[in-house]
Design a protein around this ligand. Structure first.
Ligand code: CDT
Length: 313
């Protein structure tokens, strides 16, 4: 019998700086209800889905900065989302800024969680590939200070048995790195969920930034195909506080094909019935890792004396 996960990507339009968490959670709940009405059992929200994308500003006031982070999940403002999920019997992926206390010290991560249909958190992921800078850059109308406001994730790329399959998570910039998918692929991942906030002007090189849309789908489609996995990519998009951000949320099959795509730059739910056994077919044939990967050969070039060193950066 086919193993179907009926999934929704709940793309989000801009969140204004002045929008309250309470109102943002209402928007998430409205999309969750729509997803359920259309048959979905799992909703993928975006990266930092509860607030505006605050790393675009240098924020020196500690209280103001702290106000963007969640010290607990669920917390008082996010509890209604969990309650609604339980009522509807729908699971979800949610990205947020996490303020964690570990060994008595405060740590800040760009985090996502996977919540099952009974509203239990079954997995947590912390973003590994943090883009941007730690210090403000001259000549930018909008900064990208993720390296200032977050530490690299310390949980690796785990996978979880949930929703009848093997589920994985990553966040935004992670989707551009082959290691992200391969580490999960080696653990048999069948569906990778991710949220993203991608400004069109992120490198300030017109030739690269002009390809923002292409590179978005290129990365996710390659990750899906090369690792025999579904990829669900959900954007925060539109013009948020003057920063124009990419939409193009997509549901991508293990074939690498985009089978559903958002067409707006606002709140929009797209859905698809994902057959996890489609990934199995790729994993048993062209991407049979046990038969066709050659890990020993990958190490040779690194270990061989006299190998050409990578350029200094
Ligand atoms: N949020 C995030 O990771 N955004 C990056 C673009 C910014 S790079 C300065 C991304 O990879 O989409």
């Amino acid at each position: 019998m086919a193993r179907i996960v009926h999934v929704a990507a709940a793309q989000m339009g801009p969140i204004a700086k002045s929008e309250t968490r309470k109102d943002t959670v209402k928007r998430l709940i409205a999309m969750m209800r729509e997803a359920k009405a259309r048959g979905a059992e799992l909703v993928v929200f975006t990266e930092m889905a509860l607030t505006t994308f605050f790393p675009r500003w240098l924020i020196e006031d500690q209280d103001e900065l702290d106000s963007y982070y969640e010290p607990s999940m669920p917390g008082p403002v996010t509890q209604p989302l969990f309650d609604e999920a339980k009522k509807l019997g729908v699971g979800f992926y949610l990205g947020y800024a996490e303020l964690a206390t570990e060994a008595g010290k405060k740590h800040r991560y760009n985090t996502s969680i996977l919540v099952d249909r009974s509203a239990n958190i079954v997995g947590k992921y912390r973003k590994v590939h943090l883009p941007g800078h730690a210090e403000p850059q001259e000549g930018r109308t909008h900064q990208h200070l993720e390296k200032r406001y977050f530490e690299p994730g310390n949980l690796g790329f785990p996978v979880w048995r949930a929703f009848g399959g093997v589920m994985g998570m990553c966040i935004c910039n992670d989707r551009r790195w082959p290691e992200t998918y391969r580490v999960m692929g080696l653990q048999g991942v069948e569906m990778v969920m991710l949220g993203y906030n991608t400004p069109f002007a992120h490198t300030l090189h017109a030739d690269i930034d002009g390809l923002t849309s292409f590179h978005n789908h290129l990365s996710m489609q390659a990750g899906a195909y090369q690792n025999s996995t579904w990829v669900i990519g959900t954007a925060k998009c539109g013009t948020e506080e003057g920063s124009a951000m990419l939409g193009q949320s997509a549901i991508i099959a293990p074939s690498g094909e985009v089978i559903a795509q958002a067409v707006s730059l606002g709140d929009e739910v797209i859905t698809a019935r994902c057959d996890l056994d489609l990934g199995k077919r790729y994993r048993e044939t062209i991407f049979n890792f046990a038969k066709h990967r050659e890990p020993a050969a990958y190490k040779l070039i690194v270990e061989r004396k006299g190998a050409i060193a990578p350029p200094e950066t």
